[in-house]
Design a protein around this ligand. Structure first.
Ligand SMILES: [Zn+2]
Length: 252
Protein backbone atom coordinates (compact mmCIF):
# COMPACT_ATOMS: atom_id res chain seq x y z
CA UNK A 1 0.00 0.00 0.00
CA UNK A 2 2.73 2.56 0.74
CA UNK A 3 4.02 2.10 -2.80
CA UNK A 4 0.55 2.69 -4.20
CA UNK A 5 0.12 5.78 -2.07
CA UNK A 6 3.42 7.16 -3.34
CA UNK A 7 2.29 6.66 -6.92
CA UNK A 8 -1.20 7.96 -6.19
CA UNK A 9 -0.28 11.34 -4.76
CA UNK A 10 1.42 12.83 -7.82
CA UNK A 11 -1.29 11.34 -10.03
CA UNK A 12 -3.98 13.12 -8.04
CA UNK A 13 -2.01 16.34 -8.15
CA UNK A 14 -1.61 15.95 -11.90
CA UNK A 15 -5.35 15.48 -12.31
CA UNK A 16 -6.07 18.50 -10.17
CA UNK A 17 -3.76 20.71 -12.20
CA UNK A 18 -3.74 19.33 -15.75
CA UNK A 19 -2.20 22.50 -17.15
CA UNK A 20 0.75 22.43 -14.82
CA UNK A 21 -0.23 25.87 -13.54
CA UNK A 22 -1.19 26.44 -9.95
CA UNK A 23 -4.64 27.93 -9.53
CA UNK A 24 -4.18 31.31 -7.84
CA UNK A 25 -5.55 31.86 -4.36
CA UNK A 26 -6.79 35.16 -3.00
CA UNK A 27 -3.89 37.10 -1.48
CA UNK A 28 -4.38 37.98 2.16
CA UNK A 29 -5.02 41.61 3.02
CA UNK A 30 -4.67 43.49 6.27
CA UNK A 31 -7.94 42.95 8.11
CA UNK A 32 -10.49 45.67 7.54
CA UNK A 33 -10.10 48.37 10.15
CA UNK A 34 -13.02 50.36 8.85
CA UNK A 35 -16.72 49.61 8.55
CA UNK A 36 -18.43 49.68 5.16
CA UNK A 37 -20.09 52.98 6.03
CA UNK A 38 -16.77 54.58 7.10
CA UNK A 39 -15.13 53.30 3.90
CA UNK A 40 -17.98 54.70 1.80
CA UNK A 41 -17.69 58.08 3.56
CA UNK A 42 -13.90 58.18 3.03
CA UNK A 43 -14.39 57.16 -0.61
CA UNK A 44 -16.97 59.89 -1.20
CA UNK A 45 -14.51 62.42 0.24
CA UNK A 46 -11.63 61.19 -1.94
CA UNK A 47 -13.85 61.02 -5.03
CA UNK A 48 -14.87 64.67 -4.52
CA UNK A 49 -11.19 65.55 -4.07
CA UNK A 50 -10.30 63.65 -7.28
CA UNK A 51 -13.12 65.24 -9.31
CA UNK A 52 -12.06 68.70 -8.11
CA UNK A 53 -8.33 68.16 -8.75
CA UNK A 54 -8.93 66.67 -12.20
CA UNK A 55 -11.56 69.18 -13.29
CA UNK A 56 -14.44 66.69 -13.43
CA UNK A 57 -16.93 68.65 -11.33
CA UNK A 58 -18.66 70.27 -14.31
CA UNK A 59 -18.00 67.80 -17.14
CA UNK A 60 -18.54 68.65 -20.79
CA UNK A 61 -21.46 66.93 -22.49
CA UNK A 62 -18.96 64.61 -24.21
CA UNK A 63 -17.34 63.60 -20.93
CA UNK A 64 -20.69 63.21 -19.22
CA UNK A 65 -21.76 60.78 -21.95
CA UNK A 66 -18.46 58.89 -21.70
CA UNK A 67 -18.97 58.55 -17.95
CA UNK A 68 -22.55 57.36 -18.48
CA UNK A 69 -21.41 54.70 -20.99
CA UNK A 70 -18.79 53.36 -18.59
CA UNK A 71 -21.27 53.53 -15.69
CA UNK A 72 -23.61 51.31 -17.71
CA UNK A 73 -20.83 48.71 -17.97
CA UNK A 74 -20.15 48.93 -14.21
CA UNK A 75 -23.90 48.57 -13.55
CA UNK A 76 -23.98 45.35 -15.58
CA UNK A 77 -21.18 43.93 -13.38
CA UNK A 78 -22.71 45.14 -10.11
CA UNK A 79 -25.24 42.31 -9.55
CA UNK A 80 -22.34 39.82 -9.41
CA UNK A 81 -20.03 41.54 -6.91
CA UNK A 82 -19.71 40.25 -3.34
CA UNK A 83 -19.95 43.61 -1.66
CA UNK A 84 -22.99 45.69 -2.46
CA UNK A 85 -21.37 49.07 -2.88
CA UNK A 86 -22.42 52.07 -4.97
CA UNK A 87 -20.01 51.30 -7.83
CA UNK A 88 -19.35 54.69 -9.41
CA UNK A 89 -17.27 55.52 -12.47
CA UNK A 90 -15.15 58.67 -12.74
CA UNK A 91 -13.98 59.31 -16.30
CA UNK A 92 -10.72 61.24 -16.66
CA UNK A 93 -10.33 62.51 -20.23
CA UNK A 94 -6.52 62.91 -20.14
CA UNK A 95 -5.19 60.97 -23.19
CA UNK A 96 -2.00 60.03 -21.34
CA UNK A 97 -3.91 58.28 -18.57
CA UNK A 98 -3.70 54.72 -19.91
CA UNK A 99 -4.96 53.02 -16.82
CA UNK A 100 -7.53 53.02 -14.07
CA UNK A 101 -7.59 52.75 -10.30
CA UNK A 102 -9.94 52.13 -7.42
CA UNK A 103 -10.86 54.47 -4.59
CA UNK A 104 -12.49 53.30 -1.32
CA UNK A 105 -16.22 52.71 -1.21
CA UNK A 106 -16.77 51.67 -4.83
CA UNK A 107 -15.30 54.55 -6.88
CA UNK A 108 -13.54 53.49 -10.09
CA UNK A 109 -11.40 55.93 -12.06
CA UNK A 110 -10.90 55.17 -15.77
CA UNK A 111 -8.53 57.15 -18.02
CA UNK A 112 -9.26 58.06 -21.63
CA UNK A 113 -5.84 56.77 -22.68
CA UNK A 114 -6.65 53.13 -21.97
CA UNK A 115 -10.06 53.40 -23.68
CA UNK A 116 -8.31 54.67 -26.82
CA UNK A 117 -6.47 51.33 -27.00
CA UNK A 118 -9.68 49.26 -26.92
CA UNK A 119 -11.88 47.96 -29.70
CA UNK A 120 -14.41 46.01 -27.61
CA UNK A 121 -16.73 46.86 -24.73
CA UNK A 122 -15.55 43.59 -23.20
CA UNK A 123 -12.08 45.12 -22.73
CA UNK A 124 -13.61 48.10 -20.92
CA UNK A 125 -15.58 45.65 -18.76
CA UNK A 126 -12.35 43.72 -18.05
CA UNK A 127 -10.54 46.86 -16.82
CA UNK A 128 -13.54 48.01 -14.75
CA UNK A 129 -13.92 44.51 -13.25
CA UNK A 130 -10.19 44.46 -12.36
CA UNK A 131 -10.65 47.74 -10.46
CA UNK A 132 -13.84 46.49 -8.79
CA UNK A 133 -11.95 43.45 -7.47
CA UNK A 134 -9.36 45.73 -5.80
CA UNK A 135 -12.30 46.96 -3.70
CA UNK A 136 -14.49 43.84 -3.63
CA UNK A 137 -11.58 41.63 -2.55
CA UNK A 138 -10.57 43.84 0.38
CA UNK A 139 -7.31 45.21 -1.06
CA UNK A 140 -8.41 48.84 -0.79
CA UNK A 141 -9.63 48.25 2.78
CA UNK A 142 -6.26 46.64 3.48
CA UNK A 143 -4.47 49.73 2.21
CA UNK A 144 -6.60 51.97 4.45
CA UNK A 145 -5.80 49.66 7.39
CA UNK A 146 -2.06 49.77 6.56
CA UNK A 147 -2.10 53.57 6.44
CA UNK A 148 -4.03 53.78 9.72
CA UNK A 149 -1.58 51.38 11.37
CA UNK A 150 1.42 53.44 10.27
CA UNK A 151 0.06 56.93 10.83
CA UNK A 152 -2.41 58.30 13.28
CA UNK A 153 -4.99 59.69 10.92
CA UNK A 154 -8.62 60.53 11.31
CA UNK A 155 -10.86 58.69 8.87
CA UNK A 156 -13.17 61.68 8.71
CA UNK A 157 -10.62 64.45 8.19
CA UNK A 158 -10.34 64.92 4.43
CA UNK A 159 -7.17 67.00 4.75
CA UNK A 160 -5.28 63.89 5.95
CA UNK A 161 -6.03 61.77 2.86
CA UNK A 162 -5.03 61.99 -0.80
CA UNK A 163 -6.67 60.12 -3.67
CA UNK A 164 -3.21 59.48 -5.14
CA UNK A 165 -2.48 57.06 -2.29
CA UNK A 166 -4.89 54.64 -3.95
CA UNK A 167 -3.41 54.93 -7.44
CA UNK A 168 -0.27 52.94 -6.67
CA UNK A 169 0.07 49.27 -7.71
CA UNK A 170 -0.86 46.62 -5.15
CA UNK A 171 2.05 44.41 -6.27
CA UNK A 172 2.13 41.50 -8.72
CA UNK A 173 0.18 38.94 -6.66
CA UNK A 174 -2.75 41.26 -6.01
CA UNK A 175 -2.77 42.76 -9.52
CA UNK A 176 -2.81 39.23 -10.98
CA UNK A 177 -5.62 38.27 -8.61
CA UNK A 178 -7.74 41.21 -9.85
CA UNK A 179 -7.47 39.85 -13.42
CA UNK A 180 -8.19 36.30 -12.23
CA UNK A 181 -11.24 37.14 -10.13
CA UNK A 182 -12.24 39.94 -12.52
CA UNK A 183 -12.44 37.38 -15.35
CA UNK A 184 -14.97 35.42 -13.30
CA UNK A 185 -16.96 38.62 -12.78
CA UNK A 186 -17.05 39.55 -16.49
CA UNK A 187 -18.10 36.03 -17.47
CA UNK A 188 -21.06 36.22 -15.07
CA UNK A 189 -22.07 39.49 -16.76
CA UNK A 190 -21.80 37.84 -20.22
CA UNK A 191 -18.62 39.55 -21.36
CA UNK A 192 -15.70 37.66 -22.89
CA UNK A 193 -12.81 36.76 -20.55
CA UNK A 194 -10.54 36.78 -23.63
CA UNK A 195 -10.72 40.59 -23.38
CA UNK A 196 -8.09 40.42 -20.61
CA UNK A 197 -5.67 38.74 -23.00
CA UNK A 198 -6.37 41.16 -25.85
CA UNK A 199 -5.90 44.33 -23.78
CA UNK A 200 -2.69 42.97 -22.21
CA UNK A 201 -1.41 41.97 -25.67
CA UNK A 202 -2.16 45.50 -26.87
CA UNK A 203 0.32 46.79 -24.26
CA UNK A 204 2.90 44.21 -25.38
CA UNK A 205 2.36 45.22 -29.04
CA UNK A 206 2.77 48.93 -28.22
CA UNK A 207 5.94 48.11 -26.32
CA UNK A 208 7.50 46.61 -29.45
CA UNK A 209 7.09 50.03 -31.14
CA UNK A 210 7.65 52.42 -28.24
CA UNK A 211 10.52 50.55 -26.55
CA UNK A 212 11.81 48.11 -29.19
CA UNK A 213 15.00 47.35 -27.25
CA UNK A 214 13.14 46.20 -24.16
CA UNK A 215 11.52 42.79 -23.72
CA UNK A 216 7.83 42.71 -22.83
CA UNK A 217 7.48 43.37 -19.07
CA UNK A 218 7.19 40.14 -17.10
CA UNK A 219 4.34 41.71 -15.09
CA UNK A 220 2.31 41.79 -18.33
CA UNK A 221 3.37 38.46 -19.85
CA UNK A 222 2.66 36.68 -16.54
CA UNK A 223 -0.87 38.09 -16.60
CA UNK A 224 -1.32 36.86 -20.20
CA UNK A 225 -0.20 33.37 -19.15
CA UNK A 226 -2.52 33.48 -16.17
CA UNK A 227 -5.65 34.40 -18.17
CA UNK A 228 -4.85 31.74 -20.78
CA UNK A 229 -4.54 29.14 -18.00
CA UNK A 230 -7.77 30.32 -16.41
CA UNK A 231 -9.66 30.18 -19.74
CA UNK A 232 -8.47 26.57 -20.22
CA UNK A 233 -9.21 25.58 -16.62
CA UNK A 234 -12.71 27.09 -16.71
CA UNK A 235 -13.41 25.81 -20.26
CA UNK A 236 -14.10 29.34 -21.50
CA UNK A 237 -12.42 28.78 -24.89
CA UNK A 238 -15.63 29.40 -26.78
CA UNK A 239 -16.55 32.62 -24.94
CA UNK A 240 -14.97 34.72 -27.70
CA UNK A 241 -18.04 36.72 -28.70
CA UNK A 242 -17.45 40.40 -28.03
CA UNK A 243 -19.35 43.63 -28.67
CA UNK A 244 -17.64 46.61 -30.28
CA UNK A 245 -16.78 49.44 -27.95
CA UNK A 246 -19.41 52.17 -28.35
CA UNK A 247 -17.67 55.31 -27.09
CA UNK A 248 -20.26 58.06 -27.52
CA UNK A 249 -19.81 61.30 -29.46
CA UNK A 250 -21.62 64.21 -27.88
CA UNK A 251 -23.55 64.94 -31.09
CA UNK A 252 -24.77 61.35 -31.59
ZN1 LIG B 1 -4.88 46.89 -10.48
Amino acid sequence: MPRLALVGVPLLLALAAPLGAQEPTAPGNTAAAVSDSAEIALGAMLARQFDRDRGLVNPTEQNRRMQAYLQGIADSLAPYTRRKLPWTIHYDSHPGFRSGFALPGGHIVIGAGILALMNTEDQAAAVIAHEIIHIDGGQVQGRIADILAKEHRSLTDSTQWRWGEFGRSYGAARENWCDYDGAKLVVRAHYSPHAYESILKTFVALGTVWTPDKPAPKAITDRITQIRDEIAREHWEKLTKTRPIALPYSND
